[in-house]
Design a protein around this ligand. Sequence first.
Ligand code: SAH
Ligand code: SF4
Length: 360
Amino acid sequence: MIRDPKLDIKSLQIDDLEKIVGQFGELEYRARQIADWLYQKRVQSFGDMTDLPRDFRARLANDFAFGKIEIVRLLGSRDTTRKFLFRLGDESLIETVLIPASPALYGSRSDRRTLCVSTQVGCAYGCKFCASGLEGFSRNLRPNEIVDQIIAIERETTEKIDNIVFMGMGEPLANLENVMGAIRIINAPWGLGIGARHITLSTSGLAPQIRKLADEKLQVRLAISLHGATDEVRNQIMPINRRYNLETLLAACDYYARHKKQRLTFEYILIENVNDTPEQAQRLGRIARRLGAKINLIPYNTVQGLPWSRPSPEHQERFLSILRQHEVAATLRREKGHDIDAACGQLRLQTKRELQSTPS
Ligand code: SAH
Ligand code: SF4
């Protein structure tokens, strides 16, 4: 299918809208009206923007796309983590995870609903444990496709989302321009109005982009997928570490934390016999303490076809208690529902496998 070459209306910032309105010979306040239809009233076509002159609506429809993303599969129920599989305009599949009010996550209050959004179709970074990387990279998501994940899920569930984590499929810092475009819309009072401190970006360790993000104005939170406290362990499971080793990554983290006056979060998936030894815990504790970072321990979710597994609960607790000895803030996710809580990328993978095995 040929991609629509038109820019999508939901990829534009308010000053872009103001310029366009001016070029069309309309008054500036029309830009706010459009934003209001898009992000407050949330209409699904230009035709629904009924207080805009009819010919103006037609010209907008002629010049701009109004993309749609469609929910094609849903797993989970109201009180649990729910996973949504979306089909985009070009038939690509991405997934988004809605995490209900739960123990404090990424600095948010516990009564907040968190949405885990995708930023790319697939992922090019090929971490050995991750479902998103398994089938490689297709393309970057555009700002509207990121923003629409939030709008579509709020519409479907009628629940307000107050916390956004960029931890779905893809590496957000490899699509930084579009992700920043989306974040500005998510954060803006004329957009979705979600505070920057309730937005967390997660990266596998793109050190130069971490520095670039540090120089941006927005106070978004940053989480680093560390998953190993030495180059030896990271090299084994995360190819990115061969490009930016631990020292380079930690220097960029330090730069971010100082620049933003912010505490970082280290994500650490516990994988049996790979990164769960007391020695790794000791080193991780020292690193986190030096950088003043928090640690989120996440027992590994098994991915069909991959050889890794999660350590026993005793080994998970042992790891946590060593971190606590270093007096760092550390949490261990102990939730049930292993199957549905599985990390992003898995529902898409499972659906694709099912489709491939269904004779047509
Ligand atoms: N690419 C970014 C963000 C998306 S991945 C990153 O790597 O940070 C979001 C998080 O899910 C990362 O911490 C990633 O390591 C983790 N993850 C991936 N596969 C997982 C699995 N099978 N079990 C638990 N966490 C997983
Ligand atoms: Fe990509 Fe993140 Fe998965 Fe690594 S963990 S393959 S960077 S999505």
